[in-house]
Design a protein around this ligand. Sequence first.
Ligand SMILES: Nc1ncnc2c1ncn2[C@@H]1O[C@H](COP(=O)(O)OP(=O)(O)OP(=O)(O)O)[C@@H](O)[C@H]1O
Ligand SMILES: [Mg+2]
Length: 673
Amino acid sequence: MMEDKTNSPYIILVVEDDEALSVLIQKKLQKTGFRTESVLNGAQAIAWAVDNPSSLMLMDYKLPDMSGKHIIEALSDRQCNIPFIIMTGYGDERVAVEMLKLGAKDYLVKDAGFLNLLPTVVKRVIEHLTAEKILAEAEERLQRDKELYGNIIESMSDGILALDRHFFFTHWSNVMERIFKFPREELIGTTKRPWDVFPYLVEHGVDVMMRQAMSGEVIEQENIPYYLSDGTRGFTSNIFLPLRTASGKICGIVGVVREVTEHKKAEEQILKLSCAVEQSPSTVIITDTKGNIEYVNPKFTQLTGYTSEDVLGKNPRILKSSETSKEKYKQLWDTIKSGKVWRGELHNRKKNGEHYWELASISPIKNNKDTITHFIAVKEDITERKIMENQLVQAQKSEAIGQLAAGIAHEINTPTQYILSNIHFLRDSFSSICKLLEKYSHMLEVIKAGSVTPELLTEVEVMAKEAAVGYLIEETPKAIEQSQEGLNRVSEIVSAMKTFSHPGNVEKITVDINEAIKSTITVARNEWKYVADIETYFDPNLPPVPCFPGELNQVILNIIINAAHAIDEVSDKGNGGKGIIRISTRCDRDWAELRISDTGAGIPEDIRSRLFDPFFTTKEVGKGTGQGLAIAHSVVVRKHNGTITLDTEIGRGTTFIIRLPLFPNTIEKGRIS
Ligand SMILES: Nc1ncnc2c1ncn2[C@@H]1O[C@H](COP(=O)(O)OP(=O)(O)OP(=O)(O)O)[C@@H](O)[C@H]1O
Ligand SMILES: [Mg+2]
C-alpha cells in the first residue's frame, strides 16, 4: 500500500467485477494517496458498506449479481447511506443521471480518459463530503447551543422577550406567557409590535424605552403596571438591552421582565403598617434582643421628649423612674425572653423629669425559625386615666370613711363608755380605801403608844364596813380586766381603720388578703352587725397577693355593704331574723379567689347586665349612688388584671367572686380576655 498523502479518513471501496480494471483503478488511487479496498460483486459490496459506512464507494453499475441501483436500494433498506460514485460504460449517461437522482456524488464514464480523470473526481467528492460533514457538525453544535440557551431562558424566573430591528417579536418566553396570559403563537412571526398588542405600554412610556434600547441604551424601569383582559392589574420591573450582531450592529432588543406584583403589594402593606406605626397614638418602641432601641415612633418623642437620636442604641431603662421596682423589670424581661407577652403598668420619667404612667404590652418578635429577633413595646399613656381613677376611688373612699365614721364612733363609744364607768368606780373605791388606810395607820400609832380605846376600834370597824372592802377586792380586778378588753377593742378598731384606709401606693405590694378582709369586716361592723352575722373561711395557705391594698379593701367594703343592704331588704326586722354573709378565700393555681355571698333576695335577671355600670342603683337617694360596683370593676379588672363575676339566685342570695392573678404581669398569648 502506498503512503497516504491525502490524510483522508475515507477508504475507497472499489466495486468492480473486472479484476484487472479494479487493480488499475486501485493503483491509480493509491498513487494519489488514497487507501483502497476492493470487492467483486454487489453482495460483497453491501456487506462491506454496512460495516464501514464512513467510506466512499466507487461502484461499477453493472455487476454479475445485481445492478448499482439494487445495491443502493439494499443499503438504503439497511439505513446505510454510504456516499458513492457510479462508473458506467460509454453511452450509459442515462443510467448516470438516474444514479445521481438516487444520491450518487458523481459519475465516471469508462472511456479512454477514465483512469486519468479518476483521482480528480474522487478528490473533489471527498472534499465535498468533508465540507458537508463540517457544516453538519457546525449546524448540530448551533442547534445544541440554541437548545441550551433556550433552556436557560425558559428556566429563568424572569420573563424574556426579544424584538427584531422592526420591533417584531422573535422571542416570548414561557414566563412571559404566564405573566401576560398571552400565547407566543399570536406574537412570533407576526408583524405586530408590542404597543399594537398591549396599547397601555404607550401610556406608561414603555414604547419610548424600547426605542431607546434599540438605539443602544440599557433601560431599566420599575413597577410598570400591566393589565390583563380580565381587568386585573399587575406590576413588572423591566430591563431592555440592545441586541448586537458579531460586528456590533444593533439587530434588535431583549427585554427582561420581572413580575413584582406580590412584592409591590407587600411593599404597600409594609408602607401602610409603617404609616400606622408612625401615626399611632400609642408609643411604639422596637429593641433588639439585648434591649437596645432600634426604633421609636413620633408619639414616643411627643410623649417623652426624647428624639430618636437621643435613644437609638440605648436601653429603655433610661425612662425608668425610681418607683418601678427592680423585680418588676426582672419579671418583665424574664417573661418576654421566654417568648411570652408581658402586660402591665409602668411608671416612667420623661426627658424633662416629669413622671407619667403607661400601660405597656411588650412582645417578642420571632423570625420564621421561631427565634426571637426583636422586642416590640406598644404603650399607652394612662396618666390622665390613673389620676381620674384614683380621684374616683379616693372620693368614694372618703365618702365611705365618712359613712363608716359614725359606725366606728359607735363601735369605739361602747367600750369607751364602760372603760369610763370602770375608771369612775376605781377612782371612788380608791378614795374610800385611802381613807380607810389612813384610819388604819392612825390606829397602828395608837396601839404602839398603848392608848387604844374601844371607841376607836368601833370607829374603824364602821369605816371598813362602809367601804365594802370585800366587794372592792372582788370587783376591782374585774373592772381593770374589762377596761383592758375595752381598750384592746378600741385599739383593734383603730388598727383595722389604719389597715383599711391604706395610703394609696404607686406600685402594687404583696398583701395577706385574709388580713385585709378581717380589717374591712371590723371597720364595717356597724354596717352589718344588726342585719347579719359574718362567717369567714380563710385559706391559710393563700400566698400574698400583689395588689393595691387600699383600693382592694374598698372593693371588699362595697360588696359587704351591698350584701348587708340586700339582707336588710328581706330580713324580718325585729324578729331577730338575721342573715348570713359568708366570706371565703382560696388559692386556685395562679389565682387568688375570694367569694362574698349573702342571703339576700338575689338580683333580677333584667338588671344583671347593668350592675357594673357607673351610677346604676336601685337604692333610694341617700342609701346608694350606684358607684360601688363600677369602682369594684375598675379596680379588679383594670388595675389588677383580675375578674369579678357573680352568681345569683332569686330568693336565695348572691355571691360575688373576685379572682386576682398571683403573677399579674405574666399573660400568655391568647389568654387575655
Ligand atoms: N348583693 C347584692 N344583692 C342584690 N342586689 C345587689 C347586690 N349588690 C348590688 N346589687 C344591686 O346592684 C346595684 C348597684 O350596686 P352598687 O354597689 O354599684 O351601687 P349601690 O350599692 O346602689 O350604691 P353605692 O354602692 O354607690 O352606695 C344596687 O343598687 C343593687 O340593686
Ligand atoms: Mg353598693
